[in-house]
Design a protein around this ligand. Structure first.
Ligand SMILES: Cc1ncc(COP(=O)(O)O)c(C=O)c1O
Length: 510
């Protein structure tokens, strides 16, 4: 991390400016109509407190305007850009989902190709539908020991770029939910050799920029845009996020325009000011706070790996695949398959018996996040609970066998946008072969879509879905949750061979 000016980073122009405005107590003849909480239901006012309500403002002149920042929001964004190593930082009050949509829609328009991992977050697919872009899917690497998907490897990006040198953008998830990173710098250098910008879904990496033991951040790796969830691991309020930009492959003006098109005009100052103070904290004390988080995570991992029947991966994850090039030790992915219970059951037991909530669970794992907000007490409570569960189940039940199979990405006949807006109909799953999907079907783990809107359904896809349903694996996505029927594009105007012929001549119908 580059040396920051500590004095400059100690400033919080936005938070300070908004608090000063609230302290002046001007008579508010503007919205919000609760008028500093006086018009609000008392139980909520008392619970949330007068301070919070006094800064629940709208974009009146003294507190600047996120849509056209010229005052304290602009100053706060400039300080954030320095802290995160970006040329420009844009605040988002619509989560990282909003920032991701802006990244995709600022770089891709109708018919433009975008390279994306098959297991992208739904906001990426939403942006692909809205923009009319054509996804070129890259398969992430699967870890068959853990039953989870890592990122896409450099080799996969290289192969896909060679086949699609005309792509408008490459999007990668870095780090993954489980804290695994690909060779991001390699991916950036490769994409830049084609003049193509790299967009990073950095939802799970707001902290990584601030400690040298953590993987390279998107900005450190030279990426062009990164949507970074400060609210997830950087200490700001839920729903606040940032979009970082670096270099000259993407215009900051275009990003500002698109972000503004997607953003509410009633931007929350609670969210915005929390970004300002979170940035200050990360820049001035982040390293020291992360030191403690890393120490706690190291301790937790060591102890978990001593519990018979449990496994929490560590640095041995690195190196055997280019998609696991680096890792974030603060993520505790605890594999419970040897206990003969599912991660989902462990999540439920931790909740019901120990008052512990985990980040997520799947058939084989639970994920616990250690952050700058944890202390040894919470870690010890978790360890006690895990020891109790392991003693209850290990060897008294047969271990679970990981069953994860990934199949070829189906052929895209029409763009996801065309499929989304086309008239659709519901047909029995078993009769859907040859039709064009109008919705998603996903199987967990590893959370990779089997079918996306616009793709031609094959008999192999149907057999795969039926097999997973029979095994009791969670298959999700379609409107019909029993998965007896699928939503497909109605009365295709031509047969599939005709589609394929047209696709041969004209890559994708937009
Ligand atoms: C990989 C990934 N990307 C993007 C997001 C969206 O972030 P947000 O909830 O801030 O909109 C999430 C949310 O969990 C995520 O896991």
């Amino acid at each position: 991390m580059a040396e920051l000016d500590a004095e400059e980073q100690s400033r919080t122009p936005l938070f300070t400016g908004v608090v000063e405005h609230a302290r002046r107590s001007p008579i508010p003849f503007h919205i919000p109509g609760h008028k500093r909480g006086r018009g609000m239901a008392p139980e909520f006012r008392e619970f949330i407190g007068e301070n919070a309500l006094s800064i629940d403002l709208v974009n009146i002149a003294p507190v600047d305007d996120l849509h056209r920042p010229r005052g304290i929001i602009r100053e706060a964004q400039e300080l954030a850009a320095k802290a995160f190593g970006a040329d420009h930082t844009f605040f988002s009050v619509q989560g990282t989902s909003g920032a991701i949509m802006a990244m995709v829609m600022a770089t891709c328009g109708p018919g433009d190709k975008i390279l994306v991992p098959r297991n992208v977050h739904k906001s990426v697919m939403a942006a692909i539908v809205f923009s009319g872009a054509i996804p070129i899917f890259m398969q992430p690497e699967i870890d068959y020991n853990l039953g989870v998907a890592h990122g896409v490897s450099l080799a996969t990006v290289r192969k896909t770029l060679a086949e699609h040198p005309d792509a408008r953008a490459v999007l990668v998830i870095n780090p993954t939910y489980f804290g695994v990173c690909a060779d991001l710098r390699g991916i950036v250098e490769l994409a830049h050799s084609y003049g193509i910008p790299v967009l990073v879904d950095e939802a799970h990496g707001a902290h990584i920029h601030f400690h040298e033991r953590l993987p390279l951040s998107a900005m450190q790796a030279g990426a062009d845009l990164a949507a970074t969830s400060v609210h997830k691991l950087g200490g700001s309020l839920t729903q606040s996020s940032i979009l970082n930009l670096k270099g000259n492959l993407v215009s900051p003006h275009r990003v500002q325009v698109v972000l503004s098109m997607l953003t509410t005009t009633s931007t929350s100052y609670l969210l915005l000011t929390s970004l300002d103070v979170a940035r200050k904290q990360l820049a001035t004390r982040g390293r020291e706070m992360l030191d403690q988080a890393l120490e706690l995570a190291d301790y937790a991992r060591r102890e978990i790996n001593r519990i018979p029947g449990l496994y929490c991966f560590g640095e041995e994850i690195i190196g055997d695949r280019s998609s696991s090039y680096d890792w974030d030790p603060t993520k505790l992915c605890i594999t419970v398959k040897e206990l003969g219970v599912t991660g989902i059951e462990v999540e439920r037991t931790l909740r019901e018996e120990f008052n512990i909530e985990v980040e997520l669970s799947d058939l084989y794992n639970i994920l616990c996040v250690v952050s700058i907000g944890d202390t040894k007490r919470e870690i010890d409570t978790l360890l006690h609970a895990l020891r109790t569960l392991a003693a209850r189940y290990y060897r008294s039940r047969p271990a679970n066998r990981v069953h994860v199979r990934v199949h070829e990405t189906p052929q895209l006949a029409i763009s996801p946008r065309a499929a989304f807006y086309a008239p659709s109909e519901s047909v029995p799953l078993r009769e859907a072969a040859g039709r064009i999907m109008a919705e998603f079907v996903m199987v967990y783990p590893p959370g990779i879509p089997i079918l996306c809107p616009g793709e031609i359904i094959t008999q192999e896809n149907i057999d795969y879905i039926i097999e997973h349903l029979r095994l009791g694996y969670p298959v999700q996505g379609p409107e019909d949750q029993r998965l007896e029927r699928l939503k497909v594009v109605k009365e295709p105007p031509m047969s599939v061979p005709e589609y394929l012929e047209i696709r041969r001549r004209e890559p994708v119908l937009v």
